[in-house]
Ligand binder design. Structure first.
Ligand SMILES: [Fe+2]
Ligand SMILES: [Fe+2]
Length: 272
């Protein structure tokens, strides 16, 4: 997978967590009681997934790679992104300090929590837009496919070194549990699934790219493959090369469009 694809994918998960936070904060604003544990769990997700992992990958791997191909730090988009990371960290610190002392009913601290959460969400929303639309577009122009791939591999190493095995899955489980509580609309409750449109990939590299996407999945994660014909040959290739490691579910079977959910199983040999 390309480094920019991975970062965009993480942005979708970050936005999903933002929707949960927005809803939790709205309940606080309306004077509803919210268990302090929920706020703590959400802040844990933000500080581990969003800050240590996602911002860590950007700051330690991705931005230096952009700098090395001539994109300036000072006075340029990288400098601005770094500055915004620090501003957001300030709001998360303030939120954590307030959350540590907060017990339901303490209205003064609720105001601090709400204000910092709202400001954080506003910054993060525009930050993600700038990265997706400006910085990543610049990266796609300046970084070769092979550089993007090696950056992605560095991301994977940072993630396992920084948070260790299994933590990522646990964080996602907790986030989905909170989403079940705080997001009411059925569409909102689903973490967005990124589609891979097979017919847009040149045939020569199509299967290789699909397998690359599969390798980037954590156990329990999946992606949607879209194609203009039944991707049966791909299924047979998965059966041969990844037997027992993948799940294959047709969401749409023609006549003009095929959609398949391809997932990585939690345990090898669990199912096909
Ligand atoms: Fe960023
Ligand atoms: Fe980002």
């Amino acid at each position: 997978m390309k480094a920019t694809e991975q970062l965009r994918k993480e942005h979708e998960t970050v936005r999903f967590a933002m929707r949960v936070m927005d809803s939790l904060v709205a309940r606080l604003e309306q004077g509803e009681t919210v268990p302090s544990a929920h706020l703590e769990q959400l802040l844990d997700f933000i500080s581990i997934f969003t800050d240590q992992c996602h911002h860590g990958k950007e700051e330690e791997i991705f931005f230096p790679a952009l700098e090395s191909v001539g994109i300036p730090v000072k006075g340029g988009p990288i400098g601005m992104m770094l500055q915004e990371h620090e501003i957001m960290r300030g709001h998360i610190r303030a939120l954590k300090q307030a959350a540590d002392r907060w017990k339901p009913g303490n209205d003064e601290l609720v105001a601090v929590i709400v204000q910092n959460a709202r400001t954080y969400l506003t910054w993060l929303d525009s930050h993600i837009d700038k990265e997706n639309n400006i910085l990543f577009a610049m990266a796609d122009m300046h970084l070769s496919e092979s550089r993007q791939k090696s950056l992605f591999e560095e991301f994977e190493r940072l993630e396992s070194d920084r948070i260790g095995e299994g933590v990522h899955e646990q964080l996602h489980k907790t986030l989905h549990h909170l989403a079940d509580i705080y997001l009411t609309d059925i569409d909102e409750m689903k973490e967005p699934e990124e589609k891979l449109v097979a017919w847009k990939i040149p045939p020569k590299t199509r299967h290789a790219q699909i397998f690359q996407r599969f390798e980037g999945l954590h156990p329990g994660e999946n992606f949607i493959l879209e194609n203009d014909h039944d991707p049966k040959p791909l299924f047979y290739q998965f059966q041969i090369e990844r037997a027992g490691q993948f799940a294959w579910e047709y969401l749409q079977e023609g006549p003009d469009l095929w959609q398949v959910r391809i997932g990585k199983t939690e345990q090898v040999n669990q199912m096909v």
